[in-house]
Design a protein around this ligand. Structure first.
Ligand code: G6P
Length: 491
């Protein structure tokens, strides 16, 4: 944190993402409330932005967002202790539909995640995507206090933004992070505007991915579709004068998480959560927490819980699985389908195995605030993260961070980037329901000593490779680039 502050002492930092870190809503009584959205990106970026100050530009999406901004569409956040400015960009309904729902979430999202959902690409959505990227470029230029800010561009909503900023602020240091996987070049070539997207991203000074595998996929894609110079040893790519450094920076969380401050003891959390959900004190608890997204593998996971009771009936009445699912991108068909499929799976399993007031599955479909999620993690005996495909997955790291008692077992998909780091989790194939059921059984039977050994290793890793290290290594690299450029200029 101190290092970030020192390196950036004289630089202006501008963060750009689609999702805003604070959403102002008006409730039924007319009161304004503030919500923290469910987004791995926001979880990671927020502590960093608090540490560097500056401006965060994002789409204003809450019903009361307009009521709290000043004449420049800015509001100081966090509400309880303001340390930076949130600048909101207003999108029309048509823009939100074309750029966010359709091009980003019906095109790029399934293109980059292996979940066997067909990406949809339509010319009119592409036009909106381009137009909205240009609108955010205007906002960055308007916020830039000088010719060379450090701009942190986030995610697949803004593939064209780095180039657009580069054209207007050639001296800017543009650090782009792609929070989702990058597919192999054959898959990527489905996108009719693949060259434009690659060129847009190559406007960055640094382009980051979670894993080396995604970096290699990206470099191969450039190699295949662009006239370029690639230096595989330095991991740089250039199509013109300036090279882009393409490197892996595994994202992480704040250590310890803010939401843990003031948390009650694990014993109290165990009791409170069980009482609230009507689960007996001696019943073991498993949790899953995610947005209701088809990449998260929720229906398969629920079916695995069903198989557990079938194969290991000794757990009937002795284990409950709580799945928190936050509604997300509801307008899209693929998302509506996943909700009904999960509800159906939960109902089937509940009607088959429930008895004497005990239910095997609790499906809680609503947004949970970070402190509530932490409480659930602390109350649980195990946490299941079985994404079909996931850039990193921060829920896995949050569960580990929540367990300062060194207890609890993490069951983790090998297709989540986090599985490259959290090697002491029970790693599973999310397409293998029988295998997942056996892993849950193994987790439920794991000795305290083994839990402690595994949890301790994972906690050390998340503590050391926390989000400050993630941002710090990118920002230090950016600072180095700026110094090199200053030296070159003087020569
Ligand atoms: C993923 C994406 C983020 C996004 C988050 C929540 O983590 O990489 O960019 O913010 O999902 O999705 P939403 O569409 O609600 O912002």
């Amino acid at each position: 944190q101190a290092l970030i502050g020192r390196e950036l002492a004289n630089s202006q930092v501008i963060v750009v993402s689609n999702r805003e870190p604070y959403i102002h809503e008006r409730d039924e009584s007319g009161e304004i409330t503030v919500r923290r959205p469910a987004s791995g990106l926001v979880t990671a970026l927020e502590p960093i932005t608090r540490a560097c100050g500056g401006v965060w530009i994002a789409h204003g999406s809450g019903s009361a967002d307009r009521d709290v901004v000043d004449s420049r569409d800015r509001v100081a956040v966090p509400p309880e202790d303001p340390s930076y400015k949130l600048r909101r960009v207003w999108l029309t309904e048509a823009e939100e539909e074309g750029y966010y729902y359709r091009f980003a979430n019906e095109g790029l999202w399934p293109l980059c995640h292996i979940a066997f959902v067909r990406p949809k690409f339509r010319r009119e959505d592409w036009e909106y995507y381009k137009a909205v990227n240009a609108r955010f470029a205007d906002a960055v230029v308007a916020e830039a206090a000088g010719p060379s800010p450090i701009v942190l561009v986030q995610d697949y909503h803004f593939a064209l933004l780095p180039r657009l900023i580069r054209q207007r602020l050639p001296e800017a240091t543009i650090v782009t992070f792609w929070h989702i996987p990058w597919p192999n070049s054959e898959v990527f070539s489905i996108c009719p505007w693949r060259e434009e997207i690659l060129d847009g991203l190559l406007g960055s000074s640094i382009l980051g991915f979670h894993t080396r595998f995604y970096c290699n996929n990206f470099i191969d894609t450039v190699d295949r579709f662009m006239e370029s110079h690639i230096d595989r040893e330095l991991s740089t790519v250039s199509t013109g004068r300036e090279a882009t450094l393409v490197d892996d920076y595994p994202i992480s969380i704040e250590w310890p998480p803010e939401a843990l401050a003031g948390a009650s003891s694990v014993e109290v959390a165990r009791q409170t959560v069980r009482e609230r959900l009507g689960i007996g004190a001696d019943v073991k608890l498993g949790v899953g927490v995610e947005r209701f997204d088809y990449t998260k593998g929720i229906p398969d996971r629920l079916r695995a819980v069903g198989i557990l009771f079938e194969r290991h009936p000794e757990w009937i009445g002795r284990f409950t699985f709580v799945q928190v699912a936050a509604p997300t991108r509801n307008k899209l068909e693929a998302y509506q389908g996943i909700r009904s499929e999960s509800e159906q799976a939960a109902e089937e399993i509940n009607s088959r195995f429930a008895r004497n007031g005990w239910r095997p599955i609790e499906l809680l479909i609503r947004h949970h605030e970070p402190a509530e999620v932490m409480e659930l993690f602390r109350a649980a005996d195990l946490c299941v993260v079985t994404s079909l495909h996931d850039g990193m997955n921060l829920v896995a790291k949050e569960f580990v961070a929540a367990r300062d008692d060194e207890r609890g077992v993490l069951v983790l998909s090998t297709f989540a980037g986090a599985s490259r780091e959290l090697l002491e989790a029970l790693l599973v194939n999310p397409y293998d329901n029988d295998g997942m059921a056996e892993a849950i059984d193994r987790a439920l039977k794991m000795s305290e000593a083994e839990q402690r050994g595994r949890m301790r290793m994972m906690r050390e890793l998340v503590r050391d490779n926390n989000v400050y290290r993630w941002a710090g290594s990118m920002l230090l690299e950016a600072a180095r680039m700026r110094r090199r450029r200053a030296i070159r200029k003087r020569m």
